[in-house]
Ligand binder design. Sequence first.
Ligand code: CP
Length: 333
Amino acid sequence: MKNFLTTRDSDRTELEKLIESALRFKQGGDQSQPLSRKSVALVFFNPSLRTRASMQVGIYELGGNAVSLEPGGTSWTLEHRDGAVMDGDKTEHIAEFVRVLERYCVAIGVRTFAALKDWKEERTDPVLNAFAKYASVPIINLESAMHHPCQALADMMTIREKLGEGRKRVVLTWAWHPKPLPMAVPNSFALAAAQMGHDVVIAHPDGYQLDEQLIEDARGLALGAGGSLEIVNDVNEGFADADVIYAKSWGAKQFYGKSEQDIVHRWQYRSKWIVDEDKMALTNNAIFMHCLPVRRNVIVTDGVIDSPASAVIDEAENRLHVQKAVMAEIFKG
Ligand code: CP
C-alpha cells in the first residue's frame, strides 16, 4: 500500500486483512514496531480529538514519533493551487511544504475538511490530492472534503465485532444539525459498507443526496460483493429492520456557498430526523453508531446514546487499532 486516501484504494480482501490486523493490535497479539526511529507528520487544517490523539498514540505504539502541524497556526498558511500567484494570504505552497516535510518524515497524515463553498471543486478533494501529487512518501487521509477512510475502517471493524461477520442491514441516516456539515463521513461509510457486502440503506430528506458518482460506485460495489444499496426519503422506512443505525448530518450540495439557505431549509426536519427511542424500536435491535463528536438531543437522544445499543465509544477506540493496522501495512517492508 502506498497511500491511504479512500477505502477504494483497497479491495474487500485487503480491507478484511486490515480489520484482522487491527483486531490483533487490539488484543495485544501484535507488538511490532515498524515505525521504530521514524517520524510521521500529522497536518491538521481543522480541529480533532479522536484522529489526532489516536494517530499520536498509534505512531508512538508502533515505535515512531508524531510531528503535528496546523497550517495557519503552528505552520505557515498553505496554497494548494498549481500556478497560483501567491499575492494573497497564503505564505507557502504545498509543493515546498511536502517536499521539505518528507526530508524529516516517512509519511504524512492530512486532515482538510470541505469548506462547503464550491461543490464542483470540493468534490474533487483538491487539497488532499495536492499532497498526494507532490509527496513521494505515503499520504494518509485523516478526513478530507470527500472521504474519511480511517473512520470507515473503524466503523466496519466495530460492526464485525458487535454483530459478527456477514451481511447486515446497515442504515446511514441523515440527522438534523443546526448547520451544514461536510459529507466525508457518510461518503466513506456508504462506500466501505458497500465494499463489505452489506445491505446499505441511505435515509435522508429529499434534497440531501450524496454525490451521484459515489452512490453509483457504491451501488456497483455492493452488488458485486453480494449486498445492495437503497435510498429512502422516509426516516421510519429507513429504520425498519435495521441491524445498524449510523447517524450523521451533512449539508445539501445545492446550498454549497449559501449555508444560510440550508440552515433555513433544514429547519423543517428538526424534530423528525433525530435518532430517538421510538425510531430505534423499529429496528432489529440495532446498534447505534456515530463517528463523534455528536450533539446530544439534536442528532441522538440521551436515551439512545447512553443505552447498551450505543457503540460510539468502542467505535472511537477502534480508530487507534485500524490506523495502526494501516501504518503497519504501509511500513511492513
Ligand atoms: N471522528 C473523528 O474524526 O473525530 P475527530 O474529528 O475528533 O478527529
